[in-house]
Write a protein that binds this ligand. Structure first.
Ligand code: AMP
Length: 433
């Protein structure tokens, strides 16, 4: 399968080549012809699948032909980072077409956004709150925006954006093409899809493959020993960068500080930071200026940083779905990745929920010097209706003591050796392909 089948313009074809895309990903293969034909689309897929180009390419092709100076496509996304990332994809793939884009989100001044509206743009990538603000002030006119993309709809729901989205819809033409993407399809998303889409084509992307490239392991540990265990693991890490997730903003900031003091090139990414600080952290992490990013769930979705070698859940997330999104930050673009989670006594119900969602158990690996006690394994039972897998505790010996995380010595790899059975991660794959 090749991109030539879509008959993109020569400029777009060149841009695809310049991006290094050799062939369409499965979602691009399925979605591009449908979007080009003007159909509404319901896409069940998460980031990491090539979803952004799956909607950006046909939108650019369609807009290349029409009038300029009016907003003709609106993409709504939950976070500023994702909006910037989507915008970058549009910039790369629309190079030389003359199409202009702008990102619109809060936390920064309005001046630049207003200026760009005045100059004229065809594509707007926005977070709901600030866009609504501009609409209420009549800064912007969407009555020619006949392509709407709602990206990461489930995260927008989780973040309480649906009332804003329903308000935004009133500013758009009734006859339009709407594309809605979501990684999961709970009832509320289905309801929004029913309200916004007309006879949609449905595209489901099997999530097995990305997650199968990720080896997962749980390290039982007591709370006070988490930092020492993290330092121990980082000391043994030789490849790629590390994304560490904490539960709280304060936790992320504090842990990043500790890592910096220990000599690591680390930074934090959390909601208490200004947009400029957030962007600096993310860009620095992407460019390799920081090898460790300590983040809250703000970075769990959408963010695409290739070469994230491992995700470490310093604290577990509050939902099993969030775990899937977090670990999806590694193993991207067909690379393998590692997901390590620290597990304390209180985390047992969440581990059970994660294993239930994945339909398989995750290997436990106790690292010498960091053993919690026997309870974690004794409490563990494989999820219902799942064949019992090897959940035996493996004791991992190490030459490092927790008190001396950086002592040099013969290192043993902490790479988990779990073999993964294909998992029906979100229960969405039935009927796909
Ligand atoms: P997304 O799911 O849109 O976040 O994309 C994930 C990553 O895949 C991004 O780094 C894209 O640049 C990359 N990508 C998208 N389409 C392709 C393709 N056809 N071939 C290779 N990489 C791609």
């Amino acid at each position: 399968m090749s991109f030539t089948q879509f008959n993109f313009s020569s400029q777009i074809t060149e841009n695809i080549r310049n991006c290094g895309y050799e062939q369409p990903t499965p979602i691009q293969e399925k979605a591009i012809p449908k979007v080009l034909s003007g159909s509404d689309l319901l896409g069940l897929a998460q980031t990491g699948t090539g979803k952004t180009a799956a909607f950006a390419l046909p939108i650019i092709q369609r807009l290349s032909k029409g009038p300029r100076g009016k907003i003709r496509a609106l993409v709504v996304a939950p976070t500023r980072e994702l909006a910037e990332q989507i915008n970058q994809t549009f910039l790369d793939l629309a190079e030389g077409t003359g199409l202009r884009t702008v990102t619109v989100y809060g936390g920064v001044g309005k001046g630049n956004q207003l200026q760009q509206f005045k100059r004229g743009v065809e594509i707007v990538v926005a977070c709901p709150g600030r866009l609504l603000d501009h609409l209420n002030n009549r800064d912007v006119n969407l009555n020619k925006a006949d392509i709407l993309v709602l990206d990461e709809a489930d995260q927008m729901f989780d973040m309480g954006f649906f009332p804003d989205i329903r308000r935004i819809l009133k500013y758009l033409p009734k006859h339009r093409q709407t594309l809605l993407f979501s990684a999961t399809m709970p009832a509320d998303i289905r309801k929004l899809a029913d309200e916004t889409l007309t006879h949609p084509e449905e595209v489901r992307i099997n999530l097995e493959q990305p997650l199968n490239l990720i080896s997962q392991v749980l390290h039982p540990v007591t709370k006070p020993q988490k930092t020492a265990l993290l330092l121990h693991l980082l000391n043994e890490t030789t490849d790629g960068s590390t994304l560490v997730f904490t539960r709280t903003k304060y936790g992320a900031k504090n842990l990043a500080k500790k890592l910096m003091k220990t000599g690591y090139k680390a930074t934090d990414l959390q909601g208490n930071m200004s947009q400029n600080q957030r962007q600096r952290a993310l860009t620095g992490f992407r460019d390799g200026d920081f090898t460790i990013l300590v983040a809250t769930d703000i970075a769990a979705r959408g963010i695409d940083v290739s070469l994230v070698g491992q995700v470490i859940n310093f604290d577990l997330p509050s939902t099993a779905e969030a775990y899937t999104h977090r670990i999806g930050r590694t193993g991207r673009a067909k690379r393998s990745g590692r997901a390590i989670s620290f597990v304390c006594h209180d985390d047992q119900p969440m581990i059970k929920a994660i294993e239930r969602l994945q339909g398989k158990s995750i290997e436990r690996l106790t690292i010498t010097g960091f053993a919690m006690d026997k309870e974690v394994d004794q409490q563990h039972e494989p999820p219902k209706n799942t064949p019992r897998r090897n959940t035996k505790k493996k004791t991992h010996s190490s030459s490092h003591s927790p008190q001396q995380p950086h002592s040099k010595g013969k290192k043993k790899s902490t790479k988990p050796k779990t073999k993964h059975r294909p998992g029906n991660i979100f229960g969405l794959e039935r009927g796909s392909k």
